[in-house]
Design a protein around this ligand. Structure first.
Ligand SMILES: [Zn+2]
Length: 449
């Protein structure tokens, strides 16, 4: 029997508001209030620790909750994982209280509404519905509400994978980042995330001649650094590389687009005409498409000098680079050097591998099938995520992860700029459209016949 989706939506909205009110900004990271709230919901449902759920602490205030509905064990578990931490806010830029969780004109407002408390509230709802329906399961259904996705994974997925692997061990998992409406021109795309770019953080160093600031000279490390960064800006982007995931994505979109858009979409998989095609694809997210076809290179942090009247001998910038699958940290460093010139040196600060998961698995096919039902005119494609999520960490535990948080967004809803942006919010209609999709996926994949 189908749950009552109108009631389930209202309950999800209530949970989401409470989750937003639980301030969990990271940094500094304080997931405890949100985790206690979920604990409360589970206990009201008759679920108890440690049999049904456990809370594990990775540091003071940094906690993760893992709940489990047991199956007959004939198949390995499905994990639904959502992080409860959120990025900080600039309160003065918001038109509402970012931690108010208010419902205004059919939208739930607040930091985390999109990334990803809204999606976690939907996972939680499905978990509750499976329990209420007493659905016999062939595989355990695991719900993980975790810490520290927004600042390096150490206290969340990395902690679980390294120290509590038995809690999250699963054959497949779903987490944030896919199957919601992305407008591309006149098309509505539903991109299921199957791959993530790797991370390479670099320190770019320039050296010059130190001296007294009253006697200026050209061999100033600050000038050299500024020039190198300006060269990166002028270049626009690093060289284009087309990955199999991207080719699959644009060719699928092209088959459903009209001429001449279909031609330009196909052109996106030919490296030397990508920039040209992007010019003709009006209304398409150019920044995103560029990030999916290049290693990216973003200066974020600058440092030089100790004192106003001293010319420093050295200046440096931190550069956040994201690598396409198949590209090594050395490849990225070579590309940055080729653009930024020979006055710089590069030191790797931190690197992490990306991830790519199969699109021919039974779960992927089911995700695709159910997403089609959400919007029969929409185009469902596999996609690579330009950033990193918990999926790349869970991959180390052998879990096949997909970014799947389905729902239909109203036309013109600026989803890509609201996550991590000001006035973050989630339409209630999204929740209502997505819950039945998630339910069908979980039911078909986990229920014993
Ligand atoms: Zn997120």
């Amino acid at each position: 029997m189908q749950p009552n989706w109108a009631e389930a939506t209202q309950e999800t909205v209530k949970h989401l508001s409470r989750l937003i009110q639980a301030e969990t900004m990271n940094p500094p990271g304080n997931e405890l209030p949100a985790i206690l709230m979920i604990k409360d919901i589970l206990e009201r449902e008759g679920l108890h620790s440690p049999g049904d759920f456990v809370i594990v602490e990775s540091a003071p205030q940094r906690v993760n909750l893992i709940a489990r509905l047991r199956g007959d064990g004939s198949q390995r578990p499905l994990l639904l994982s959502g992080h409860v931490d959120v990025v900080p806010v600039e309160r003065e830029k918001w038109s509402r209280n970012p931690f108010g969780g208010e419902v205004i004109n059919g939208e739930v407002w607040g930091r985390g509404a999109l990334d990803m408390k809204g999606f976690l509230a939907m996972y939680l709802q499905i978990f509750l519905q499976v329990r209420r329906a007493n659905l016999p399961l062939k595989r355990d259904l695991i719900l993980a509400a975790i810490a520290d996705e927004e600042a390096g994974f150490d206290h969340g997925s990395k902690f679980l994978v390294s120290q509590h692997r038995e809690l999250i061990s699963a054959e497949y998992g779903l987490t944030e980042g896919g199957a919601f409406t992305i407008p591309m021109g006149k098309l509505r795309i539903y991109a299921i995330q199957v791959a993530e770019k790797g991370v390479t953080w670099l320190k770019m160093v320039t050296k010059g001649k130190p001296g007294h600031a009253s006697l200026p000279h050209e061999d100033n490390a600050v000038f050299h650094l500024a020039q190198a960064i300006e060269k990166i800006r002028c270049a626009g982007h690093l060289p284009v590389h087309i990955t199999p995931t991207f080719r699959a994505m644009v060719s699928k979109a092209a088959t459903q687009a009209k001429f001449p858009v279909s031609i330009f979409l196909r052109g996106l998989s030919v490296p030397w005409i990508v920039s040209l095609c992007l010019k003709f694809l009006k209304g398409y997210p150019k920044t995103l498409l560029t990030a999916l076809t290049t290693n990216t290179c973003t200066p974020t942090l600058l440092h030089a000098g100790q004192k106003t009247n001293v010319i420093p001998a050295e200046a440096f910038a931190h550069i956040d680079c994201r690598r396409l699958p198949g590209q090594s940290p050395e490849d990225v460093m070579r590309e940055v050097l080729a653009i930024a010139g020979n006055r710089i040196s590069l030191e790797p600060l931190d690197t992490s591998p990306g991830a790519a998961f199969p699109t021919d698995s039974p779960l992927y096919r089911l995700l695709e099938e159910e997403t089609h039902k959400l919007d029969p005119q929409g185009i469902v494609i596999p996609m690579m995520m330009p950033g990193a999520t918990d999926a790349c960490v869970y991959r180390e535990a052998g879990i096949t992860m997909y970014g799947f948080t389905p729902g239909r967004l109203p036309e013109g809803f600026p989803v890509l700029s609201l996550a991590h942006g000001h006035d973050e919010r989630l339409p209630i209609s999204f929740i209502e459209s997505g819950l039945p999709v998630l339910w069908e996926v979980v039911r078909k994949f986990c229920a014993a016949l």
